[in-house]
Ligand binder design. Structure first.
Ligand code: CA
Ligand code: CA
Ligand code: CA
Length: 442
């Protein structure tokens, strides 16, 4: 029997040699099989015997993630930046057969974000979000521009001027705080740090951990900052550039975000301006009727020259015109907890300037995350009286919140009046659509 098998095998081998049976597997080589997040270079593999590849599979890769040129498989940077550090095996398929190859993402990846210096020339690795009426056309952070200063080979691009009126958020990839615990970045303009700033957020809980503005504002140049995140060592976080300002110089210049430094880096020390609260929240906002003047509120003047020269109270009404229509500032309330029906109400007056829904408004924010839950303006004004607005926040029952009342414009009617803030209705009050405040942030 064995002898018969041997004979049969021998006949087969001879037949193969005669008709030219070939080895069907694909074999790959690569000059650069390792992807380094600091380099942002494509990674390619070539079939050693020049066999054409049809497609590849593995690790949920899609045809948009790579290109094939004959026997070469080239992974795009846009795909590579989505991978964590480690090894990834792929299988290539052709008419002739299959073959495997392995791509490596270099160690240290988890401490870094992709494209922190925008050197891909676009927003690869970043995500831009709208914060005003879903209007993508008026969204900030949609373009990367060439650097006008030192056009060095490794620093050609940055986030540059687009339009001060545009607003939005730009979110980085997640990274783990490591090394020295410092990050550095270049930040310019963002003149009003209460509306234009950089946030550090916890990637798991979304809590805002730190907030940094352009504290050493310089009209002609951006500043290299170093932010101390040592107290968050080991936590997974991300960066958000926030632009809620629609006025002059309310835009952000930004570049060279570096999230990992082995040793403490140089740079201007970034000052944390995260909102701070000390009071225990009740369901009715303290001094919501302004009968105690500005007690319980914190006022910020956008000029920075003089505190509290923007807001005053007159006959239980808050007004942002202590310094006239030209005055600009932000008033932050203490905390309140959404209970009962989850509906709150307040009256607004004035706030009818040219771009009123972008410049004079009230924002409801969630404590800890500081996320804006609701923003509304005096859209129902008849020009004379204050208008009562009801906000249905029942979707956020149980959350602790605070208000920010903003006057960010200096022209005619650019002043906001607020009175009779009620943050607690045990039963849902009756109001119709005409009395409902419309959320501008969606
Ligand atoms: Ca750059
Ligand atoms: Ca802006
Ligand atoms: Ca004003």
């Amino acid at each position: 029997m064995k002898k018969l098998l041997c004979i049969a095998l021998g006949i087969c081998l001879a037949a193969c040699a005669f008709v030219g049976c070939e080895d069907k597997s694909l074999r790959f080589s690569s000059d650069n099989s390792v992807f380094d997040i600091d380099e942002l270079k494509e990674v390619s593999f070539i079939e050693k015997n020049d066999k054409a590849v049809d497609y590849i599979y593995g690790n949920n890769v899609t045809t948009a993630d790579y290109a094939i040129a004959g026997s070469a498989v080239v992974f795009k940077v846009q795909y590579l930046v989505t991978l964590d550090e480690g090894k990834y095996e792929f299988t290539a398929v052709s008419d002739a057969g299959e073959g495997k190859f392995e791509l490596t993402v270099a160690e240290g990846r988890s401490y870094k974000v992709a494209n922190g210096s925008f050197e891909t020339g676009d927003l690869t690795g970043w995500k831009a979000l709208t914060v005003f009426k879903g209007e993508t056309g008026m969204q900030a952070f949609t373009q990367v521009v060439g650097r006008e200063d030192a056009l060095t080979a490794d620093n050609k691009y940055m986030l540059g001027y687009d339009s001060a009126e545009k607003t939005g958020i730009l979110r980085s990839q997640d990274f783990v705080v490591g090394g020295s615990g410092y990050i550095t970045y270049e930040l310019g303009v963002a003149k009003n740090g209460l509306l234009c700033y950089l946030s550090v957020r916890d990637a798991e809980t979304d809590e805002e951990l730190a907030r940094f503005a352009n504290s050493v504002y310089n009209e002609s140049a951006a500043t290299i900052y170093r932010a101390d995140l040592r107290r968050f060592a080991g936590r997974k976080v991300f960066i958000e550039l926030c632009d809620y300002g629609a006025g002059e110089d309310d835009y952000i210049l930004f570049d060279e975000l570096k999230t990992f430094w082995e040793t403490e880096p140089a740079g201007e020390t970034a000052v944390d301006i995260l909102p701070q609260f000390t009071d225990l929240p009740t369901n009715q906002l303290y001094n919501g009727d302004f009968s105690q003047g500005l007690d319980g509120y914190t006022a910020f003047d956008f000029s920075g020259a003089e505190k509290q020269n923007v807001f005053l109270t007159e006959e239980n009404t808050l007004k942002s015109n202590a310094g006239g229509d030209a005055a600009e500032g932000l008033l932050r309330s203490s905390l309140f907890v959404l209970e009962g029906s989850g509906v709150i109400s307040m009256e607004l007056g004035a706030a009818q300037g040219e771009k009123f829904d972008k410049t004079t408004y009230v924002s409801v924010k969630e404590y800890k995350t500081n996320r804006e839950l609701f923003r509304f303006a005096n859209e129902k004004s008849n020009g004379n009286e204050t208008v009562k607005y009801f906000l249905d926040l029942s979707a956020y029952l149980g959350k602790i919140c605070y208000l920010e009342i903003v006057d960010n414009a200096g022209g005619a009617w650019d002043v906001i009046y607020v009175s009779d803030i009620r943050t607690y209705y045990e039963e849902r009050p009756s109001f119709d659509f005409g009395q409902a405040g419309q959320n501008l942030n969606y």
